[in-house]
Design a protein around this ligand. Structure first.
Ligand code: ZN
Length: 241
């Protein structure tokens, strides 16, 4: 089974379309999304239509929970909050209900765990080694038999593992290793390189391949301006921060 692991789409249709085209080229059998389907960019309804029509299995992220009223919008920075109000106005009842129904975490095919922030805490940011070490411990203790967890939320590619391994475009998983892996963000890269990030996971071969795709982000930038969304959201797409 070859999986595509995507995360943090944030209503960026141009980025999502590039990823879906590449998933097809990579002969992916099944795709999953680690949350934050909407928020920030101006095509939330179109992204949800694509995600639902491709049967991409999803969990909810903090932006998805905010737009459906599960967590307060006051917790977000001004640009994110403004985009969330805008997004709420531009989604229909059915899409909002569907977003609200997404679970916070999910074990897929008995093979791996998907979370938005960290195992057991959807809002935690895994940036530092000691945070990742604790998260690996929680993975080992609370999720029996699961040794691999994909997470999003930081919008930055990362691999935390025991035993440790370095981050390259291609990673071979050790059978008895423990792994926390972030595929990066589809819709808003924050690792200094513009583009859409995701990864493929070949479960039989134990092989992870990170993918980074160029997409016409100037189109997304124009749409941000046209929609009257904060200009900062357009500008950051060009630099990947
Ligand atoms: Zn996000």
């Amino acid at each position: 089974m070859k999986y595509a692991i995507i995360s943090d789409v944030h209503g960026n249709l141009e980025a999502l379309e590039a990823v879906i085209a590449d998933m097809r080229d990579q002969h992916v059998d099944k795709a999953v999304c680690l949350g934050d389907l909407v928020g920030y960019y101006p095509n939330p309804a179109e992204c949800l239509r694509a995600i639902r029509s491709w049967s991409i299995q999803c969990i909810g992220g903090n932006h998805d929970r905010a737009v459906t009223g599960k967590i307060p919008l006051e917790d977000f920075n001004p640009a994110a909050r403004e985009a969330l109000y805008w997004t709420r106005e531009h989604l229909g009842e059915d899409d909002l209900r569907w977003l609200a129904s997404l679970p916070e975490e999910l074990v897929v095919d008995g093979c791996f765990l998907m979370v938005h922030g960290a195992p057991g805490d959807p809002d935690a940011y895994l940036f530092l080694a000691d945070e990742a070490e604790l998260a690996l411990q929680i993975l080992a203790e609370r999720y029996s038999g699961i040794r691999l967890c994909f997470y999003g939320h930081t919008h930055q590619r990362a691999v935390w593992s025991w035993p440790s391994c370095s981050l390259g475009d291609e990673i071979h998983l050790e059978q008895h290793g423990l792994y926390l892996i972030n595929p990066g963000s589809v819709g808003q890269a924050r690792d200094g390189i513009p583009g859409a990030s995701y990864l493929t996971f070949d479960a039989e071969a134990g092989q992870i391949n990170f993918r980074r795709l160029a997409y016409p982000y100037h189109v997304t930038q124009q749409k941000v301006r046209g929609a009257g969304l904060p200009l900062l959201l357009a500008e950051r797409l060009a630099v990947g921060v």
